[in-house]
Design a protein around this ligand. Sequence first.
Ligand SMILES: N[C@@H](CCC(=O)N[C@@H](CS)C(=O)NCC(=O)O)C(=O)O
Length: 204
Amino acid sequence: MTSFKLYYTPTSCGAANFLAASIGGLTFDSETVDLPTHKTKSGADFYAINPKGNVPTIVFADGSILNENVATLTFLADQGNAGLAPKEGTPERYAYLNDVAFVASELHTGVGALFNPTLSPEAREGAVANALRRIEKLMVRLDGGKKSFLNGKSLSAADLYAYIVLSWTGFLGITLPANAQAYFDGIKANEHVQKGHAAMAALQ
Ligand SMILES: N[C@@H](CCC(=O)N[C@@H](CS)C(=O)NCC(=O)O)C(=O)O
Protein backbone atom coordinates (compact mmCIF):
# COMPACT_ATOMS: atom_id res chain seq x y z
CA MET A 1 0.00 0.00 0.00
CA THR A 2 1.19 3.53 -0.79
CA SER A 3 2.08 5.42 2.36
CA PHE A 4 0.57 8.86 2.76
CA LYS A 5 -0.51 11.52 5.23
CA LEU A 6 -4.00 13.03 5.15
CA TYR A 7 -4.65 16.60 6.27
CA TYR A 8 -8.29 17.22 7.16
CA THR A 9 -10.68 18.75 9.66
CA PRO A 10 -13.36 16.73 11.46
CA THR A 11 -16.30 18.66 9.95
CA SER A 12 -15.05 19.81 6.53
CA CYS A 13 -15.04 17.85 3.28
CA GLY A 14 -11.69 16.52 4.50
CA ALA A 15 -13.66 14.44 7.01
CA ALA A 16 -15.23 12.44 4.17
CA ASN A 17 -11.67 11.48 3.19
CA PHE A 18 -10.80 10.38 6.72
CA LEU A 19 -13.96 8.24 6.75
CA ALA A 20 -13.12 6.73 3.33
CA ALA A 21 -9.58 5.87 4.45
CA SER A 22 -10.71 4.46 7.76
CA ILE A 23 -13.64 2.46 6.36
CA GLY A 24 -11.34 1.05 3.68
CA GLY A 25 -9.04 -0.31 6.38
CA LEU A 26 -6.07 1.85 5.34
CA THR A 27 -3.14 2.51 7.62
CA PHE A 28 -2.34 6.18 7.27
CA ASP A 29 -0.88 9.14 9.03
CA SER A 30 -3.13 12.17 9.54
CA GLU A 31 -3.17 15.64 11.02
CA THR A 32 -5.91 18.21 11.45
CA VAL A 33 -5.67 21.75 10.11
CA ASP A 34 -7.09 24.94 11.58
CA LEU A 35 -8.60 26.42 8.43
CA PRO A 36 -9.04 30.04 9.64
CA THR A 37 -5.28 30.29 10.37
CA HIS A 38 -4.05 27.64 7.91
CA LYS A 39 -1.88 26.10 10.61
CA THR A 40 -1.66 22.37 11.18
CA LYS A 41 -2.24 20.93 14.64
CA SER A 42 1.53 20.71 15.14
CA GLY A 43 1.87 24.39 14.21
CA ALA A 44 3.19 24.09 10.64
CA ASP A 45 2.20 26.59 7.94
CA PHE A 46 -0.35 24.63 5.90
CA TYR A 47 0.31 26.76 2.80
CA ALA A 48 3.86 25.37 2.81
CA ILE A 49 2.35 21.87 2.54
CA ASN A 50 -0.41 22.72 0.07
CA PRO A 51 -0.14 26.14 -1.60
CA LYS A 52 -3.92 26.08 -2.26
CA GLY A 53 -4.47 25.86 1.51
CA ASN A 54 -7.41 23.50 1.24
CA VAL A 55 -8.30 20.16 2.77
CA PRO A 56 -8.43 17.33 1.93
CA THR A 57 -4.70 17.16 1.21
CA ILE A 58 -2.92 13.87 0.78
CA VAL A 59 0.87 14.02 0.90
CA PHE A 60 2.80 11.05 -0.48
CA ALA A 61 6.24 9.83 0.58
CA ASP A 62 7.85 11.50 -2.45
CA GLY A 63 6.33 14.88 -1.45
CA SER A 64 3.68 14.97 -4.19
CA ILE A 65 0.14 15.88 -3.17
CA LEU A 66 -3.51 15.42 -4.15
CA ASN A 67 -6.00 18.02 -2.96
CA GLU A 68 -9.23 17.78 -4.94
CA ASN A 69 -11.99 15.60 -3.52
CA VAL A 70 -12.71 13.82 -6.79
CA ALA A 71 -9.10 12.62 -6.87
CA THR A 72 -8.48 12.12 -3.14
CA LEU A 73 -11.68 10.20 -2.45
CA THR A 74 -11.20 8.01 -5.51
CA PHE A 75 -7.58 7.31 -4.57
CA LEU A 76 -8.59 6.36 -1.01
CA ALA A 77 -11.50 4.22 -2.21
CA ASP A 78 -9.22 2.40 -4.67
CA GLN A 79 -6.56 1.75 -2.03
CA GLY A 80 -9.06 0.46 0.51
CA ASN A 81 -10.95 -2.81 0.80
CA ALA A 82 -14.50 -1.57 1.34
CA GLY A 83 -15.66 -1.24 -2.29
CA LEU A 84 -16.13 2.53 -1.94
CA ALA A 85 -15.52 2.99 -5.69
CA PRO A 86 -16.17 0.51 -8.51
CA LYS A 87 -13.36 -0.94 -10.60
CA GLU A 88 -11.81 1.23 -13.32
CA GLY A 89 -13.22 0.82 -16.81
CA THR A 90 -16.66 -0.38 -15.69
CA PRO A 91 -19.91 1.53 -16.36
CA GLU A 92 -20.33 1.67 -12.57
CA ARG A 93 -16.99 3.49 -12.28
CA TYR A 94 -18.19 6.28 -14.57
CA ALA A 95 -21.48 6.51 -12.68
CA TYR A 96 -19.50 6.84 -9.44
CA LEU A 97 -17.32 9.57 -10.97
CA ASN A 98 -20.47 11.31 -12.15
CA ASP A 99 -21.77 11.29 -8.56
CA VAL A 100 -18.57 12.42 -6.88
CA ALA A 101 -18.10 15.19 -9.46
CA PHE A 102 -21.67 16.38 -8.88
CA VAL A 103 -21.07 16.52 -5.14
CA ALA A 104 -17.82 18.47 -5.65
CA SER A 105 -18.95 20.90 -8.30
CA GLU A 106 -22.58 21.49 -7.32
CA LEU A 107 -23.53 20.26 -3.85
CA HIS A 108 -20.30 21.29 -2.08
CA THR A 109 -20.12 24.71 -3.75
CA GLY A 110 -23.86 25.33 -3.32
CA VAL A 111 -24.01 24.54 0.40
CA GLY A 112 -20.47 25.79 1.10
CA ALA A 113 -21.35 29.24 -0.30
CA LEU A 114 -23.55 29.79 2.75
CA PHE A 115 -20.52 29.94 5.03
CA ASN A 116 -19.60 33.28 3.46
CA PRO A 117 -20.08 35.77 6.32
CA THR A 118 -20.26 38.77 3.96
CA LEU A 119 -23.53 37.70 2.24
CA SER A 120 -26.27 40.32 2.48
CA PRO A 121 -29.68 39.00 3.65
CA GLU A 122 -30.90 39.09 0.01
CA ALA A 123 -27.82 37.31 -1.30
CA ARG A 124 -28.14 34.74 1.46
CA GLU A 125 -31.78 34.09 0.52
CA GLY A 126 -30.71 33.45 -3.07
CA ALA A 127 -27.83 31.25 -1.94
CA VAL A 128 -30.14 29.17 0.29
CA ALA A 129 -32.53 28.66 -2.63
CA ASN A 130 -29.60 27.62 -4.83
CA ALA A 131 -28.30 25.16 -2.22
CA LEU A 132 -31.78 23.64 -1.85
CA ARG A 133 -32.06 23.25 -5.64
CA ARG A 134 -28.78 21.34 -5.64
CA ILE A 135 -29.95 19.15 -2.76
CA GLU A 136 -33.09 18.45 -4.83
CA LYS A 137 -30.84 17.31 -7.71
CA LEU A 138 -29.08 14.94 -5.32
CA MET A 139 -32.46 13.56 -4.34
CA VAL A 140 -33.38 12.99 -8.01
CA ARG A 141 -30.33 10.70 -8.25
CA LEU A 142 -31.63 8.95 -5.11
CA ASP A 143 -35.04 8.44 -6.78
CA GLY A 144 -36.59 10.98 -4.47
CA GLY A 145 -35.30 9.07 -1.44
CA LYS A 146 -36.22 5.51 -2.48
CA LYS A 147 -32.51 4.70 -2.65
CA SER A 148 -30.28 4.74 0.43
CA PHE A 149 -27.05 5.08 -1.60
CA LEU A 150 -26.19 7.06 -4.72
CA ASN A 151 -25.41 3.89 -6.70
CA GLY A 152 -28.61 2.27 -5.42
CA LYS A 153 -26.70 -0.63 -3.85
CA SER A 154 -23.95 0.13 -1.37
CA LEU A 155 -22.01 2.87 0.35
CA SER A 156 -19.53 4.71 -1.89
CA ALA A 157 -17.05 7.53 -1.37
CA ALA A 158 -19.59 9.79 -3.14
CA ASP A 159 -22.11 9.07 -0.34
CA LEU A 160 -19.51 9.91 2.31
CA TYR A 161 -18.84 13.23 0.58
CA ALA A 162 -22.55 14.07 0.14
CA TYR A 163 -23.17 13.12 3.78
CA ILE A 164 -20.49 15.50 5.07
CA VAL A 165 -21.74 18.35 2.87
CA LEU A 166 -25.33 17.78 4.05
CA SER A 167 -24.09 17.86 7.67
CA TRP A 168 -23.15 21.51 7.17
CA THR A 169 -26.83 22.45 6.91
CA GLY A 170 -26.99 21.82 10.68
CA PHE A 171 -24.35 24.51 11.32
CA LEU A 172 -26.05 26.81 8.83
CA GLY A 173 -29.57 26.54 10.26
CA ILE A 174 -30.96 25.12 7.00
CA THR A 175 -33.79 22.59 7.32
CA LEU A 176 -33.30 19.71 4.92
CA PRO A 177 -36.28 18.35 2.98
CA ALA A 178 -37.52 15.17 4.71
CA ASN A 179 -36.14 12.84 2.03
CA ALA A 180 -32.66 14.41 2.18
CA GLN A 181 -32.74 14.25 5.98
CA ALA A 182 -33.63 10.54 5.77
CA TYR A 183 -30.71 9.88 3.35
CA PHE A 184 -28.36 11.80 5.67
CA ASP A 185 -29.61 9.93 8.75
CA GLY A 186 -29.16 6.59 6.97
CA ILE A 187 -25.52 7.30 6.05
CA LYS A 188 -24.82 8.65 9.53
CA ALA A 189 -26.23 5.49 11.14
CA ASN A 190 -24.27 3.20 8.81
CA GLU A 191 -22.06 0.99 11.00
CA HIS A 192 -18.94 1.64 8.90
CA VAL A 193 -19.51 5.39 9.04
CA GLN A 194 -19.98 5.18 12.80
CA LYS A 195 -16.68 3.28 13.16
CA GLY A 196 -14.95 5.84 10.95
CA HIS A 197 -16.23 8.66 13.16
CA ALA A 198 -15.07 6.80 16.27
CA ALA A 199 -11.58 6.38 14.77
CA MET A 200 -11.50 10.11 13.97
CA ALA A 201 -12.73 11.09 17.44
CA ALA A 202 -10.03 8.95 19.04
CA LEU A 203 -7.40 11.15 17.37
CA GLN A 204 -8.78 14.53 18.50
N1 LIG B 1 -11.65 22.35 -4.96
C1 LIG B 1 -11.59 21.59 -3.73
C2 LIG B 1 -12.20 22.42 -2.64
C3 LIG B 1 -11.99 21.82 -1.28
C4 LIG B 1 -12.53 22.77 -0.20
O1 LIG B 1 -13.38 23.63 -0.47
N2 LIG B 1 -12.05 22.59 1.03
C5 LIG B 1 -12.44 23.48 2.10
C6 LIG B 1 -12.99 22.69 3.28
S1 LIG B 1 -14.53 21.87 2.89
C7 LIG B 1 -11.21 24.22 2.59
O2 LIG B 1 -10.17 23.64 2.80
N3 LIG B 1 -11.37 25.54 2.78
C8 LIG B 1 -10.32 26.37 3.31
C9 LIG B 1 -9.50 27.03 2.25
O3 LIG B 1 -9.71 26.73 1.03
O4 LIG B 1 -8.68 27.86 2.59
C10 LIG B 1 -12.33 20.27 -3.91
O5 LIG B 1 -13.31 20.22 -4.69
O6 LIG B 1 -11.95 19.28 -3.30
